[in-house]
Design a protein around this ligand. Structure first.
Ligand SMILES: NC(=O)c1ccc[n+]([C@@H]2O[C@H](COP(=O)([O-])OP(=O)(O)OC[C@H]3O[C@@H](n4cnc5c(N)ncnc54)[C@H](O)[C@@H]3O)[C@@H](O)[C@H]2O)c1
Length: 399
């Protein structure tokens, strides 16, 4: 059902919530009317900073607020599915941050409950809303590279902009500290991978014309992380360093279309440094051309002496380059606003869909499929064999 105005209550006021709030405040048809966190000082601070009139310290109380017709869930991952389920039962539309759920069973339950209640359920998947990724898809749709056949993604650690994260807020079990605790972040011993793989698989399907990933084969890292010091400026890695948990440096996959393949790899630190591109680069190869994204987290990226963010190589035509001058990012060191702008793009899609009464671009089923594919990757690394996504179960994963 279309709504006239989107009146949002946001639960979980940590790192990502700021980008969501800014996204709603930039949309003429949306208003954040309430926020909720267990940390009262933080709830007060957010209300003051963004001019929001009320806060709750209990999620159940916020769900009883009749003015709130939409709930945005930005809490630790263990709370996503239970909170989304309660929101659906309370008749609220839902935007739930990734990873959507910890188990397939709870993901299915939330999707069913949203359908039964007739509410909209979108999963927050910022990567497919990055300006560069949306441009890639636009070029694919325009037939610029013909049929996409192979995707190669490469990930390096993010580098924080000095002072961008809330240094004043201590790391606790509720705030940031939960991320490497596999019981709260998911992943059956691979919490970092569980948190991030969903992004890579969502991107891999989106840019491959929505072709579904069928089978995954991943390698488990044998690096002795005790012998590797964090690189300079990698404050974030002090929490996210994978030494405390299972780690996967390379994942390969095939699609329902047997002509299509994909690979993701993580850049390893070398001599206590990551390479100067500091980030996520992507190549999408089609039968008539290739697109390269020098994107997320990149600084000083150059192609033939020019600062560019995206290159379109045509087999039988000229090469075009693109820049996205978005003023950098609020949180991470980058030429492009891959994080902040992606969240704003995602929130705009969600609000527009609610106003129009349409399905948003990334729904519960999509978030669920990304979890199932991620589980397949983790099982593959653990077991040393390729794993079909369709064969994943909670029992095999150990969720
Ligand atoms: N798409 C992206 O780019 C992106 C980026 C960051 C985080 N995320 C996702 O967003 C989610 C939140 O991550 P974060 O980094 O913002 O977390 P965070 O640790 O910074 O903040 C979590 C917040 O939730 C609050 N909280 C915990 N339990 C609560 C409860 N029962 N009721 C109300 N509030 C509660 C905490 O007090 C804290 O303020 C994660 O699942 C993460 O994967 C996505």
């Amino acid at each position: 059902m279309p709504v006239d105005e989107v009146k949002v209550g946001i639960v979980g006021l940590g790192l990502v919530s700021d980008s969501h709030i800014k996204g709603y405040q930039a949309h003429p048809d949306a208003e954040v009317v309430a926020v909720c966190d267990l940390d009262e000082a933080r709830a007060r601070e957010v209300c003051g900073k963004y001019g929001i009139s009320r806060y709750y310290l209990s999620y159940d109380e916020m769900l009883k607020d009749h003015e709130v017709n939409t709930v945005d869930i930005t809490t630790p991952t263990i709370l996503h599915a239970p909170m989304a389920l309660a929101a659906a039962r309370a008749g609220k539309n839902i935007l739930c941050e990734k990873p959507f759920c910890l188990t397939l069973e709870e993901g299915e339950q939330v999707c069913r409950a949203a359908d039964e209640a007739g509410v909209t359920l979108m999963v927050g998947e910022s990567y497919i809303f990055m300006t560069s990724m949306m441009k890639v898809r636009e070029l694919v749709d325009a037939g610029e590279i013909g049929k996409p056949q192979q995707i190669r993604q490469r990930f390096g650690a993010w580098v924080e902009r000095p002072g961008a994260l809330e240094a004043s807020r201590p790391v606790t079990d509720l705030h940031r500290g939960w991320r490497m605790d596999t019981t709260k972040a998911g992943g059956a011993g691979f919490p970092w991978m569980f948190d991030h793989c969903v992004h890579f698989f969502a991107t891999a399907e989106y840019l491959m014309n929505d072709t579904r990933i069928r089978q995954v084969y991943a390698l488990k890292s044998q690096i002795d992380w005790d012998s590797v010091a964090p690189a300079d400026g990698q404050a974030d890695m002090n929490i996210y360093r994978p030494e405390a948990a299972g780690d996967i440096p390379i994942i390969t996959w095939t699609y329902d279309d047997p002509a299509c393949t994909g690979i993701w790899m993580r850049a390893e630190p070398l001599n206590n440094k990551y390479d100067p591109m500091y980030g996520f680069t992507l190549s999408l190869i089609g039968d008539k051309g290739m697109i390269e994204v020098l994107g997320e987290g990149g600084t000083g990226l150059k192609w033939e002496g020019k600062d560019v963010h995206l290159i379109l190589h045509r087999r039988n035509g000229p090469t075009d380059t693109f820049r996205f001058d978005e003023g950098g990012d609020d949180i991470w060191q980058s030429d492009v606003s891959y994080y902040s702008r992606a969240h704003a793009n995602q929130i705009r899609e969600f609000v527009d869909a609610l106003i129009a009464g349409k399905r948003p671009r990334y729904c519960g089923e999509d978030g669920y499929r990304a979890i199932k594919t991620t589980m397949a990757a983790i099982c593959s690394a653990r077991e040393g064999v390729p794993v079909k996504v369709s064969e994943m179960t909670d029992e095999r994963f150990g969720a």
